[in-house]
Structure formats: C-alpha cells, structure tokens
Design a protein around this ligand. Structure first.
Ligand code: PLP
Length: 394
C-alpha cells in the first residue's frame, strides 16, 4: 500500500475471517468438491413467506424511495412494541435507529465512542468486528477474556479492574458468538452495580442472539434503570428471522445519541432499504411459529454436534446456552486453531472458523456453526472422527 496516501486508520482495519472461509469453500465447490459448511453464522432456513410478501407488496405499493435516516416510524413503533412485549421495558420509538444490518449499530457506536486516547473493552474471543472497528477508530482495544473454565462467561470484577479514565465504552455480547456462552443475570447485576461507579463509561449490549436460547431466559441490559442514559442495544432481524442478506438491524440509543447515530446513517448509507423495512414490520408483528421451529431444530442439532464432537479424540465441547455455535477445545489434537481450520477445509472439505479469528483468547479452539442440516453435521463429524483415528489424535 506504500504508494497510496491512504489513511493510517485503514492499516488497523481487520476483517471477518468467516467471509474468507466462505469464499474458499465456494471455490472448492466450483471445483466439484462436496464442502460441508459449518463456517458461516447464518440460519440455513428461508425467510418466512409472509415476510417476503410484505416486501413485494411494499415495492408494488410504491415504497421505493428514501426513507427517513432513522427508519420509518411504523417500524420504529413496532420495535418499541416488541421490546415491551419481550422485556416489559418502555422505550420511545425515537430512540430506535434502523440500520442496514446489526453490524452497522456496532460500527456507529464504536466510531462515536472511539478515537485516539480512548479505550474500549470488548469480549475476546468475540465477534471480530469489535476489535477491528475499535482499532480503526484509533482507540485502544482492551480484551475481556471469555474462558472455557467459566463456561465462556466473564469475570465482572476483573473486567471492572480494566477500566481507567480513558475508558469510554464496554461491549457485552450474550448469548455470544463464537462461544455460544451466556452471561448469567447474577453476573450482569454485579457488573452494573460496579458500572454505577463509572458514569463516564457507556455500554454496548449486543443482543442479536437474544431469541436463540436453550436453557435460560434472556435478561436484557435494558432492565437496568441506572445505566439507561448510557446504554446502547444492538439487535436485529438477521438471525431471529433468517434475514442475513436483507441487511437490516436496529440500535436502541439514549435519545441524544439517537440523533448522532442518525447522522452517521445520513453521512454513510442515508437510510435502510425501504422494502426491507416493511418486511421487518411484518416479521415483528406477524406469526412467530417459524422462529420457534427454527430454535427447536437448533436445539436438536446443538445436542447432536456436542455429542459427536465429544467422541472425537483430542476435542471436547462445552454445551452452548444460546446462538448456533460451539467452540470445541482442540488442544488435544496438537494442532493450532489455524492449522485445524486449514486441515478441515482443504483435506476434509469442511468449512469452520479458527478460534483465533475471534481474538487471541480463541487459540486452541475451532468454531463450528450448526446452521446446517443434521445429516450434514453427522457427515462432517464422521469425516473428522475417521481422520482423528487414522492420525492418532488425542
Ligand atoms: N453481532 C454479532 C455477535 C454477530 O455474530 C453478528 C453476525 O454474525 C452481528 C452482530 C451482525 O449481524 P448482521 O448480519 O445483522 O449485521
């Protein structure tokens, strides 16, 4: 890049390795290989027909122009009603900012709170864009380690001890990508109590997997009154309604910050696709059976993938509590995370993502997404099992 007068920040920009794996898997498929994809984090279900029809109707009705930068009022009202239904918390529709994908709330929030001299705490292993966007902004990225011994939850006391006068934002993600772990309410209680002593630290709670739970109920950070003036919620339709490619999500911001987030929209994307916004209204207000069926199926696959993984010498998996990922420990195989990712893709034709793609605390782990059929999961794990026996893993 030395001939370009490129911004210094660009050199700090990371990426999401799952997309790199997806591209390589597609290339192998074009060459005629039967690749099983346990790599990408998107439901393998179709968007429900009533949602698709709402988008078609919107286009036929002439909704093909720009919308307000923060999204159409009817959708923001539907989000507020849904938040009340799910969490019994009242929010003002003007706090809601509609964006083209959950990721955009993350980006806006990190740009808003980042910059030189700032420090932002983020989960590690965690969604890779947190660290990438923090560094791009010029801020220092301070990892919150999520460790297997605590079921990939976190230590609120240790987390708080990383806060100093430069800390502007702390990012929480539960249920989590890539671990499938959850932060229990008791730990959130402790964290929030401590955060009350640091009124200058804002909180981004990434709740994009809040519907996809197996054992425990979800407890939104929106329930904590004492931090509402500095809390940003990230959620959206991608995972819950199998709508990753539609590109739509929302942020719930303190009112003053909602104006700033809208400005970021107007400066970058203007607004979110109009027909998609009408589809999103239907998703929230229409029948929810497909969501329930999808979660039931994910639960069956989760049990299957954990059982089969734990039979492979050198690997062992915790039981995920939410989302649709497992992150087995692979240290018994003596391969690094990256070596395992490459071996599985190039030799066994199984797409997965190395734990290190989610931060340095992901070394010794591999992420499996079980957003694939039970047959494909069985076939993939059988391939790995046979290879493990032949090569004397464990
Ligand atoms: N947050 C987490 C933790 C995710 O795993 C993802 C997607 O994988 C997102 C946010 C972004 O979702 P979207 O596709 O809506 O941008």
């Amino acid at each position: 890049m030395s001939n370009y007068q490129i911004s210094e920040n660009m050199l700090n920009l990371g990426t999401e390795n799952a997309f790199v794996v997806l591209a390589r898997a597609a290339e192998l498929e074009r060459q005629g290989h039967n690749v099983i994809n346990l790599g990408i984090g998107q439901p393998d279900f179709k968007t429900a027909d009533h949602i698709v029809e709402a988008a078609i109707k919107a286009l036929k009705d002439g909704h093909h122009g720009y919308t307000p930068g923060n999204g159409i009022l009817e959708l923001r009202e539907a989000v507020a009603a849904d938040i009340f239904k799910r969490h019994k918390v009242d929010i003002n529709p003007d706090q809601v900012v509609i964006v083209p994908g959950g990721k955009v709330t993350m980006w806006h929030c990190i740009l808003m709170f980042g910059g030189k001299g700032k420090e932002i705490l983020y989960p590690n292993p965690g969604f890779p864009i947190y660290e990438s966007a923090i560094k791009f902004s010029g801020a220092k990225a301070i990892p919150i380690p999520l460790l297997e011994e605590t079921n990939f939850s976190f230590d609120p006391e240790k987390t708080i001890s990383s806060i100093n006068k430069n800390t502007s934002l702390i990012i929480i993600n539960s249920p989590a990508n890539p671990t499938g772990g959850m932060i229990k309410k008791e730990l959130l209680d402790i964290l929030v109590k401590k955060l009350e002593e640091f009124p200058n630290v804002s909180i981004l709670s990434d709740e994009i997997y809040s519907h996809i739970l197996y054992e425990n109920d979800f407890y939104s950070m929106l329930n904590y009154q004492s931090i509402l003036d500095r809390l940003i919620i990230l959620d959206g339709w991608s995972k819950t309604y199998a709508m990753t490619g539609w590109r739509i999500g929302y942020g719930i911001w303190p009112l003053k910050l909602a104006e700033q987030a809208t400005r970021l929209n107007i400066n970058s994307v203007s607004c979110t696709n109009a027909a998609t916004q009408f589809a999103a209204i239907k998703a929230l207000t229409g029948p929810q059976e497909q969501v329930a069926n999808m979660i039931k199926e994910f639960n069956t696959r989760k049990n299957l993938i954990v059982e089969k993984t734990n039979q492979i010498p050198g690997m062992h998996s915790q039981m995920p509590e939410g989302a649709f990922y497992t992150m087995p420990n692979i240290t018994g195989t003596k391969l690094s995370s990256k070596e395992m990712e490459t071996l599985l893709l190039e030799e066994l034709k199984i797409a997965t993502v190395a734990g290190t793609s989610f931060g340095e605390y992901g070394e010794g782990y591999i992420r499996f997404s079980y957003a694939n059929s039970q047959n494909n999961i069985l076939e993939a794990l059988n391939r790995i099992h046979e290879y493990a026996i032949e090569n004397k893993w464990g």
